[in-house]
Design a protein around this ligand. Structure first.
Ligand code: SF4
Ligand code: SF4
Length: 67
């Protein structure tokens, strides 16, 4: 069991503000959906659950979940 960040459905607008806050390489990436809208994608294996990205998000789109 471990903790990792997760995106709340429908809340991320792809602003990218959270990306530079993550200290783990490639744990947090901005990806394109359908070639248009951007959204954040979290790699649960790389994320260490530190919570830094959550404090940066202006949309309250991230949360820490137990896995
Ligand atoms: S919880 Fe920490 S390690 Fe995980 S994606 Fe957010 S900033 Fe990166
Ligand atoms: S999770 Fe929040 S800070 Fe990160 S891209 Fe989405 S809306 Fe922006």
């Amino acid at each position: 069991m471990y903790y990792a960040a997760s995106v709340k459905e429908g809340r991320c607008d792809g602003c990218g503000v959270c990306v530079p806050s993550c200290p783990e390489p490639n744990a947090l990436e901005l990806v394109r959906l359908n070639g248009k809208a951007k959204m954040i994608r979290i790699s649960p294996l790389r994320c260490k659950g530190c919570g830094l990205c959550i404090t940066m998000c202006p949309k309250d789109a991230l949360e820490i979940l137990r896995r």
